[in-house]
Design a protein around this ligand. Structure first.
Ligand code: F6R
Length: 236
């Protein structure tokens, strides 16, 4: 794993954007994208740039079960607002949280991923070490699946909703095996809240207790951190 410590989220977003540009120069066609506060600076860097994404495809990590793409809290809506409405892509995929049959939707999404192998996967990380919505104890062999969100994730997400009761408790998430299939992975984390998850991910054992620790087994991972998120790492 390559660790980069940057001044702040803006600098981290710029760095991740440069890495995406380089990958595109080398033929990358598919970006695996994340939602949440962490990648906002990256999406800002992308939308403010002159780079053309109209030949690019994106495959998002996850979506809440029960929310349609028009719902302002849905991850589809977030992506439209932050990126796709400003920088058109050739095709964009986000799981359908309103699918009648969630199991069939998971299978469909695995087919989408298989047809569009991810060149650069963008990740944030949960305070409990989750990637996508793969919570602790998710199998490293998992493909797209329905997830019961943990209390800590629901609590962390309440900041985006008016009332805690409105926060969805289930999601559809790309699995850990699918995330690991990305050719290159960029994980970003900012703030003290993420420091312990980053320590466990980078310097702890590889264990399903800390989903992101699986990234130690991937040959091409860059971890972009601010000083707070890096504060529990010891020099090796
Ligand atoms: C979102 C996702 C999650 C977030 C994580 C961190 O698509 O997959 O794993 O990356 O929960 O969220 P923020 O960035 O809001 O701290």
């Amino acid at each position: 794993m390559k660790i980069l410590v940057v001044d702040n989220a803006q600098a981290g977003g710029q760095k991740a954007f440069q890495m995406i540009e380089e990958a595109m120069e080398h033929g990358a066609k598919v970006l695996g994208l994340a939602t949440g506060s962490t990648p906002i600076a990256l999406y800002q860097a992308m939308t403010e740039s002159a780079v053309n994404f109209s030949e690019m495809t994106s495959v998002n990590l996850d979506e809440y079960v029960g929310l349609s793409g028009e719902d302002s809290q849905s991850y589809r809506h977030f992506m439209e607002e932050q990126l796709f409405s400003k920088k058109p892509f050739k095709e964009t995929f986000v799981p359908n949280g309103k699918a009648e049959n969630i199991k069939a939707e998971c299978t469909r999404y695995d087919e989408v991923i298989a047809a569009h192998p991810v060149d650069v996967q963008i990740l944030g990380i949960g305070r409990n070490g989750h990637i996508g919505f793969n919570e602790p104890d998710t199998s490293f062999a998992s493909k797209t699946h329905q997830v019961q969100l943990t209390d800590s994730t629901i609590e962390a997400n309440t900041r985006f909703f008016e009332k805690e009761e409105d926060v969805p408790t289930q999601a559809i998430s790309m699995g850990i095996a699918s995330i690991m299939a990305g050719k290159e992975i960029i994980l970003m984390a900012y703030g003290k809240d993420k420091a312990e998850a980053i320590r466990a991910t980078v310097q702890g054992p590889v264990t399903e207790d800390v989903p992101a620790s699986v990234l130690q087994n991937h040959p091409h991972v860059t971890v972009i951190l601010d000083a707070d998120a890096a504060s529990l790492l010891t020099q090796k």
